[in-house]
Design a protein around this ligand. Structure first.
Ligand code: FAD
Length: 443
């Protein structure tokens, strides 16, 4: 069996490794457009901020190691530019070998997403950066390392924008964060996110909310940004982090079904509308685990799981993807913000009734030193089924959201949260864990 994989990072590399474990004999060829496979996308902001000091640490796998360990034929600098699903062929444009075709029995697509760069005046300026991969990272870091770079404007208050704002502050830059929506971090409701906004401001980030970008203009060594409100801000560089779009233009004439925004449509086995062609990761449409509606969730955990499921199905196992609940977490200076499942906005849009409780327990026994408060918001329906949770605080937010994420995945209720027996000693929790407390408040 010959399997081709397009894209060599989160979803693609997972699919390749899993397939090799299930099938020792399959011929597996992995095409990657760039120089690097299997790099740590999620670590990139922290390398720019110099918390991660060594660049090599970002490179999780090399083509040589993939060959030696998994016998996978990795072809970097090789872009798949077209697919003929009838003849079962892909067309590859390789830096070394020009254009050639390769046949397949099964095909896995994991091309990911690209950073949005909308067509606004001045967008072509070399002082405007987006962050997606290692070359982007090298460019931003080289620029920030330059003498005389003192300030930055980050546009977009999503995960990447907030992480970049923090990491540029760590590098000593004066940072302004501009967000078009009324609050940053869309997975959270506005009542929860205010703490994260306050933390940014207290750490010196200038925060401009509910204001979009109208134009960019280079003025001397600086770049000036005009906002919709006509307010102007200027700095030495701009990081544009306003979201991503699926990188699927090469599939235009392939006969593969794409969603309204260009995401690849797949079934629960990650198979596209064409038999033997699978797709995973940021490039696909998924089902929202809570609302059942079609959505897209560009996160690393889902991409890795989907890659594994595609490989299972190619190898004849009957693995099913049950949807994405969007569990996510973020460091905002000394705060942690995490969420899972649906927020109020999503439920309102889907017309699903819900109830909400908040608890503000301490992260561990209050008599043990450094007990800090956290806030948990729990969202559930009339039957008590847990639909979502958001947490924000200094310590122990991650494990509480992860426990609730597990309960949501198992379709558990607020009674289950109340009943859970969780690990307790004073340095770690209380006899009634914050997750239990949220369950009690909801009962
Ligand atoms: P990618 O990992 O992007 O891989 C796609 C690869 O396909 C790319 O290398 C691309 O060059 C290649 N490719 C595209 N088209 C072709 C083609 N036609 N031919 C050949 N190769 C092609 N997620 C989290 O869950 N937590 C985090 O903390 C987090 N932090 C992030 C921080 C940053 C700065 C970024 C950019 C992303 C972050 N993410 C995070 C998101 C996460 O990285 C993605 O969800 C995940 O990498 C998606 O995997 P993928 O395989 O779909 O795409």
């Amino acid at each position: 069996k010959k399997v081709l994989i397009v894209g060599g990072v989160a979803g693609g590399a997972s699919a390749a490794a899993r397939l090799r474990r299930l099938d020792e004999k399959a011929q597996i060829i992995l095409f990657e457009r760039d120089d690097y496979i299997s790099f740590a996308n999620c670590g990139l902001p922290y390398y720019i901020g110099e918390t991660i000091k060594e660049r090599e640490k970002l490179l999780v796998q090399t083509p040589e190691a993939m060959k030696a360990r998994f016998n996978i034929d990795v072809r970097i600098n090789s872009e798949v530019i077209g697919i003929d699903t009838e003849k079962k062929l892909v067309t590859v444009r390789s830096k070394g070998q020009g254009i050639y075709e390769e046949s397949y029995d099964d095909l896995v697509l994991s091309p990911g997403a690209k950073a949005l760069r909308p067509n606004i005046p001045g967008i072509e300026s070399a002082k405007i950066f987006t962050l997606r991969n290692i070359p982007d990272t090298d460019r931003i870091k080289a620029y920030v390392d330059h003498k005389g770079i003192n300030s930055a404007i980050v546009i977009g208050g999503g995960f990447v924008g907030v992480e970049m704002a923090e990491n540029l502050v760590e590098r000593g830059l004066k940072v302004t964060l501009v967000e078009a929506a009324p609050h940053i971090l869309a997975p959270f409701d506005s009542d929860m996110v205010v703490m994260a906004e306050k933390e940014l401001v207290e750490n010196g980030v200038g925060l401009i909310l509910a204001d979009g970008v109208k134009a960019f203009k280079e003025i001397g060594s600086q770049i000036e940004v005009t906002l919709s409100s006509t307010k102007m801000v200027s700095a030495d560089l701009v990081i544009l982090a306003i979201g991503v779009a699926p990188d699927t233009a090469f599939l235009k004439d392939s006969g593969l079904k794409l969603g309204p925004k260009g995401h690849i449509v797949v079934d629960e086995r990650m198979q596209t509308n064409v038999k033997g062609v699978y797709a995973v990761g940021d490039a696909i449409e998924v089902v929202d685990f809570i609302t059942g509606e079609k959505t897209a969730v560009p996160l690393a955990g889902p991409a890795n799981k989907q890659g594994r499921i595609a490989a299972d199905n190619i190898a004849g196992l009957n693995s099913i993807y049950k949807g994405t609940q969007g569990t996510s977490i973020l460091k905002v200076f000394s705060l942690t913000a995490a969420s899972t499942g649906a927020n109020e906005r999503t439920l309102q849009k889907a017309n699903l009734p819900y109830r909400v409780v908040y608890v503000h327990p301490v992260a561990h026994a209050s008599y043990y030193p450094a007990a800090l408060q956290l806030t948990l918001k729990l969202i559930f329906n009339d039957q008590g089924q847990v639909l979502g949770a958001q947490g924000i605080g200094y310590d122990g937010v991650d494990k509480r959201i992860d426990v609730i994420a597990a309960v949501i995945r198992l379709k558990g209720t607020v009674d289950d949260l109340a009943e859970l027996e969780l690990a307790y000693a004073p340095p770690f929790s209380s006899a009634k864990d914050p997750v239990n407390m949220a369950g009690f408040a909801a009962q």
